[in-house]
Design a protein around this ligand. Structure first.
Ligand code: PLP
Length: 384
C-alpha cells in the first residue's frame, strides 16, 4: 500500500468505495498509476472526461485563464462567463435562453428544484424509481435508492417515486400541488436504462396541461455522451429546465441549469460563490469547442454502435443483456458485478458498476477503436 493510500485512508471522508490504486496521470482514454501501469479508463472520473484526460485545448485554456483571472464572483461581469453563457445557449434546445452556473450535478438539481417551486408556487415533485439526481438534501429527495436515503430521513417533503417509462403511474401521481417532474433521459446509476419516446412525449403533454415544470437531468448523459450533444435530441422532448454537469467543465468542477427567460431568478433567490468562476468557464468553453470541432457526438455514436455490436457477440452465460446509448453502455449480468470490476482492473481496464449487477462503461469519447477492442477482449476474458 502506498503512502498516499495510507494518508487518504487516515484523513479521507470514508464515503467512497476506494479502489486499490493511486492514479497520477491521464491522457486521452488512458490513466497511469504510481507504478507506471496504464489502464484504459472506462470510468473517466464517473463520466466527466468526455473530451479525454488532460485534453490539450482545455489545458491550454486553463493555463491562459489562470494567468489572467482565476476568481470573479457572480456579481461582477466577466468575459469568460459571458462567452460560456452564449455557447451553452447556442447548443441547447431553443426555448432555453438563460443559464445559472454552479459546481456539480447535485447543485444543478438543487437549483432546478428551487426554480420549479418559485415559478409554479407549488411544492411537490415526481421522480422515477431507480433515478439518481445527487446527494444534497433536495437532490437526494429526488434520488430513488433507499440505501442512500434512509440514513438521512426526513428528507425534503413532497417527493414521490414512480416506475420509469410508465406514463400512467406518473399521471396518477400528479396532484394540484405538483411543481415538477424530474427525469433522466437514460438512467445511468440506476442501471443504464433508456427512456422511451412515447413516455417522454406523454410526460411533456401532461406537464403543459397541468402547469408542471419538466426538469431533465442530463448530468451524466450530456455533452455528447450518448451520441448527441444532449440525449434529449434522440427524442421529441423539450425540457423546461435542463441540468448539466460532469462533462461540462472538461474535467474541472462545473454544473449548470438552462431555463427559459420567464423563469429567471430574482436577486437573492439563489447563488453560488464559485459558480461561473473564470477558470471553470474558460475550461468549459474550450471543452465544448473541442466537442464541436471534432464532432464528438458523431464519434460517440459510431464508437458506441461499434462497442455494442462487439459486446453483443460475447458468448457468455453470465450476460443477461447488453444495452446503451452512444458511449454510455451497460452489461447486465446474472450475478453480482463487483468481482468482475476488480478482475478487469487487474487486466488494465477501469469500469464502473451501475446497481449491483450492471457493468457500466463510460469511457472518454476520444477513446480509440483499438482501445475499445482491448476493452471488449478483456471483458470477454473475465466473463468466460
Ligand atoms: N444527476 C445524475 C443523472 C448523475 O448521474 C449524477 C452523478 O452521478 C448527479 C446528478 C450528481 O452529480 P454530482 O456527483 O456532480 O453532484
Amino acid at each position: 500500500m502506498s503512502v498516499y493510500q495510507d494518508m487518504e485512508n487516515q484523513y479521507g471522508p470514508g464515503c467512497y468505495p476506494m479502489r486499490d490504486m493511486v492514479l497520477l496521470e491521464g491522457t486521452g482514454a488512458v490513466v497511469k498509476d504510481d507504478h507506471g501501469k496504464s489502464y484504459i479508463d472506462c470510468v473517466a472520473g464517473h463520466g466527466v472526461a468526455n473530451v479525454g484526460h488532460c485534453n490539450p485545448k482545455v489545458v491550454q485554456a486553463i493555463k491562459n485563464q489562470a494567468e489572467k483571472l482565476i476568481t470573479c464572483s457572480g456579481s461582477f461581469y466577466n468575459d469568460a462567463r459571458a462567452k460560456l453563457f452564449q455557447k451553452l445557449i447556442e447548443i441547447s434546445p431553443k426555448n432555453l435562453n438563460n443559464v445559472f452556473l454552479c459546481n456539480s450535478g447535485t447543485e444543478a438539481v438543487e437549483a432546478a428544484l428551487k426554480m420549479a417551486r418559485l415559478v409554479t408556487g407549488k411544492t411537490e415533485f415526481i421522480a422515477a424509481m431507480r433515478s439518481f439526481h445527487g446527494r444534497t438534501f433536495g437532490a437526494l429527495s429526488a434520488t430513488f435508492n433507499p440505501e442512500y436515503r434512509k440514513p438521512f430521513l426526513p428528507l425534503v417533503p413532497g417527493f414521490k417515486h414512480v416506475p420509469y417509462n410508465n406514463f400512467e403511474k406518473f399521471a396518477e401521481a400528479v396532484n394540484e400541488n405538483t411543481a415538477g417532474i424530474i427525469l433522466e433521459i437514460i438512467q445511468g446509476e440506476g442501471g443504464v436504462i433508456p427512456g422511451n419516446a412515447a413516455f417522454f412525449k406523454s410526460v411533456r403533454d401532461l406537464c403543459d396541461k397541468k402547469n408542471i415544470v419538466l426538469i431533465i437531468d442530463e448530468v451524466q448523459s450530456g455533452f455528447c455522451r450518448t451520441g448527441k450533444m444532449f440525449a434529449l435530441e434522440h427524442f421529441d422532448i423539450q425540457p423546461d429546465i435542463l441540468c448539466l454537469a460532469k462533462g461540462l467543465g472538461g474535467g474541472v468542477p462545473a454544473g449548470a441549469i438552462l431555463f427559459p427567460e420567464k423563469y429567471k431568478f430574482s436577486t437573492g433567490n439563489h447563488g453560488s460563490t464559485f459558480g461561473g468562476n473564470p477558470l471553470t468557464c474558460a475550461a468549459a468553453l474550450a471543452a465544448i469547442e473541442f466537442m464541436q470541432e471534432n464532432n464528438l457526438a458523431g464519434q460517440a455514436a459510431e464508437k458506441g454502435k461499434y462497442l455494442l455490436e462487439k459486446l453483443e457477440k460475447i458468448d457468455s452465460p453470465k450476460i443477461r443483456q447488453v444495452r446503451g446509448m452512444g458511449l454510455l453502455v451497460g452489461i447486465e449480468l446474472k450475478e453480482k458485478v463487483q468481482p468482475y470490476i476488480v478482475a478487469l482492473m487487474e487486466k488494465g481496464i477501469l469500469a464502473l458498476p451501475a446497481g449491483s449487477t450492471v457493468l457500466r462503461l463510460l469511457p472518454p469519447l476520444v477513446i480509440e477503436y483499438e482501445q475499445l477492442d482491448e476493452v471488449v477482449k478483456q471483458i470477454e476474458e473475465v466473463l468466460k
